[in-house]
Design a protein around this ligand. Structure first.
Ligand SMILES: [Zn+2]
Length: 441
């Protein structure tokens, strides 16, 4: 997961769709429009707002060769550029997602934009979404502005001294973009991108067949169906995103010592391990979740390490700790050694505690969801979090029931197999030191 940028924008515009509808026991209604747009509705009793999440099934790792950062730049333009009926939006960066603001993130394989609005603005929001999907105007002026914004975020991501930077640098080593460059955009690639090629890419892929739209909160499934059907009918379906193929995982990795500009006085180095996480559809996923939850728990208790992993969202797992000396991996190795314990009665509870909402293992009661909250996607315990969880589960065709069963059945042998995935020898290892005039990238 990466750069998140948020903008306050004026009364926007927005979206719509549907065709076959089905309601499940958890109150979720799912519709697919003629053009292939998937719409998910989850009414929440007592909610005053509606969280609207749009997910495109294309991300950083789908960027073409020589064009890393294309998905990221399009994410910015998606939020900011004008359409045939709406002016360019004016940016104001703010913290947290609040009414009328947008938060957008480009992941490896998808791009997500979330907002929270009052019920009476839902139709307008959907109209705006349909408008952007249909007639987003990508002009050089907007590209130049957003390119600067993206370049600034990339600088922060890879150059400012922080645990996040240590994680991002290790991540680039263990799972780099398959077509080269840098996740989120290499400077030389960003500089070359033209409005014309961005426009082509947008109008080919950022279309209904590659989109999941989720509404959670004070929303009526029937109304949404009506609005979406009228607004999204007639939009071209778009081309399927080219298949991803099996990504080569590198390694073995040597430990790398990198330098970063110092963010605060007396900063200590950061030690970081980063591994590729198993696919949520694989047999390794349930035992891996047990280990990830144990790590998260141990790291929270000791407060010395940070586990960088959100199931269904992250394709890697990072483990970062401040380091006293230049060999800071002792703390991390101790945490990893703690994973050797056999299966115990607390394991499934730990997974539910740390990852239950995002995985759909814990169904939040409506009373928990009535506030819009911020983008706490780890928890899924507010409108936005649940909308994100539903969007990612849909994207991956993820079955919460299947994983719940698999978790109950995890054996010691399964845990051993998953532990092998988290061996230090399979990790990218980065020791990040403050204070240097040289960029680590
Ligand atoms: Zn960004």
């Amino acid at each position: 997961m990466r750069c998140a940028f948020e903008r306050r924008i004026g009364a926007g515009q927005a979206l719509a769709l549907l065709m076959c509808a089905s309601a499940a026991a958890d109150g979720v209604t799912r519709l697919t429009t003629e053009g292939g747009l998937t719409v998910i509705c989850r009414p929440v009793e007592g909610a005053r707002h509606v969280a609207v999440v749009t997910l495109f099934k294309i991300g950083d790792h789908d960027d073409p060769a020589g064009r890393s950062g294309m998905a990221h730049l399009l994410e910015h333009l998606w939020v900011m550029a004008p359409t045939d009926t709406a002016a360019s939006r004016v940016a104001e960066v703010i913290d947290g997602i609040r009414e009328g603001t947008y938060k957008a993130v480009t992941h490896d394989r998808c791009t997500v934009c979330a907002t929270v609005i009052p019920r009476d603005r839902v139709e307008e929001e959907l109209r705006g979404l349909a408008g952007r999907m249909g007639t987003l105007r990508i002009e050089e002026r907007d590209v130049a502005r957003e390119r600067r914004s993206v370049a600034g975020e990339q600088e922060e991501r890879f150059w400012w001294f922080s645990s996040g930077t240590a994680g991002a640098l290790a991540r680039e080593r263990v799972l780099p973009p398959p077509h080269g460059g840098c996740s989120g955009g290499a400077r030389e690639h960003l500089e070359k991108m033209t409005a014309a090629e961005l426009r082509d890419r947008w109008h080919m892929y950022y279309k209904p067949r590659n989109t999941v739209l989720v509404l959670v909160g004070r929303v009526d499934a029937k109304d949404t169906e009506r609005v979406v059907t009228s607004l999204f009918a007639g939009l071209p379906a778009g081309e399927p995103v080219p298949p991803q193929g099996k990504q080569e995982i590198g390694g073995p990795f040597r430990m790398e010592t990198l330098h970063c500009s110092e963010g605060r006085p007396n900063a200590k180095p950061y030690a970081c391990y980063c591994w590729v996480a198993p696919d949520p559809g694989s047999d390794d996923f349930a035992p891996f979740l047990v280990l990830a939850a144990r790590l998260k728990d141990a790291a929270n208790v000791s407060e010395v390490a940070n586990v960088q992993y959100v199931p269904l969202v992250s394709s890697t797992i990072g483990l970062v700790a401040p380091s006293e000396g230049e060999d800071g991996f002792g703390t991390l190795d101790a945490l990893l050694n703690g994973l050797a314990a056999p299966v115990n009665d607390n394991d499934v509870d730990l997974v539910r505690l740390h990852f239950g909402f995002i995985l759909g293992l814990t169904i939040p009661g409506d009373w928990m969801l009535s506030e819009p909250g911020n983008l706490r996607q780890e928890l899924g315990e507010n409108l936005c979090g649940l909308a994100l969880s539903l969007a990612h589960r849909e994207r991956l065709a993820f079955s919460s029931e299947k994983v719940a069963k698999a978790l109950e059945a995890v054996s010691n042998r399964d845990l051993e197999r998953a532990r092998a995935l988290l061996a230090p020898g399979r990790a990218a290892k980065v020791l990040l030191l403050p204070d240097s005039s040289e960029s680590p990238k």
